[in-house]
Design a protein around this ligand. Structure first.
Ligand code: HEM
Ligand code: HEM
Length: 169
């Protein structure tokens, strides 16, 4: 299919948000809290809280920007079920990214309130971990879908991914 038949190409800012968040998320996972006792370190604790607050702030700006200015590059003639699935996966990733940082903040708040070994904090840590694992699943599905579109050469891949772009005719 010709590339110029696409609905859209994402703006530079949309791409910056998308790839910036991929890096931010990888960084957040790489420097994850390994053990709750690490939060006793005040500098580490403060950094975690500030990181999560900035993460949520940027995410809200991203969602507002994306929903008001951009539209999916999935071609018009894509089956309805596939369009709906893409919407569900994208929105689920947004919700899970938000809930990851929010549940982290709740853990921080309970820790600050001295509920360090309480049943409540263990429940929230458990929720935090479930949310992150669900997010891994959705990101996995999302990447598989992106590769599927690359193989299909319908322009969806090239609208967002800066490498292995489809050739323009
Ligand atoms: C965007 C922000 C955050 C990201 C991406 C993130 C990421 C992670 C990841 C990947 C894990 C490991 C999950 C697993 O093993 O399945 C984890 C665990 C955890 N996180 Fe976060 N986190 C964030 C914010 C926070 C904040 C703000 C706090 C608290 C101040 C926090 C406290 C914890 C704790 C206590 C654990 C469990 C550690 C243990 O296994 O004992 N997280 N986080
Ligand atoms: C943490 C990892 C990732 C997250 C959370 C994520 C999230 C998203 C979201 C929410 C969208 C919808 C557009 C938007 O609102 O920005 C999107 C679009 C897209 N992403 Fe990702 N993404 C991730 C990684 C990747 C990777 C690794 C690839 C490719 C190798 C990729 C390829 C694409 C493509 C091609 C689109 C356009 C889809 C369309 O127009 O319907 N993403 N991504």
């Amino acid at each position: 299919m010709r590339l110029d038949k696409n609905n859209s190409e994402y703006s530079k800012l949309a791409k910056l948000f998308h790839w910036g968040f991929v890096l931010l998320f990888i960084y957040g996972v790489a420097k994850q809290v390994e053990d709750i006792n690490q939060l006793e370190d005040t500098t580490f604790f403060r950094f975690e809280i500030i990181f999560a607050l900035i993460f949520i702030f940027l995410l809200i700006i991203r969602v507002i920007y994306m929903k008001t200015t951009q539209k999916t590059s999935i071609p018009e003639d894509t089956p309805r079920a596939q369009k709906i699935s893409a919407k569900i996966v994208h929105n689920s990733m947004y919700i899970l990214l938000f809930c990851t940082a929010l549940s982290g903040l709740v853990i921080g708040f309970l820790f600050w309130l001295e509920y360090k070994n309480s049943f409540l904090i263990n429940i929230v840590i458990w929720l935090h971990e479930i949310i992150i694992n669900l997010l891994y699943c959705f990101v996995g599905i999302h990447i598989l879908a992106a590769i599927y579109h690359r193989l299909k050469k319908d322009g969806v891949w090239s609208s967002m991914v800066p490498f292995m772009k489809e050739k323009k005719y």
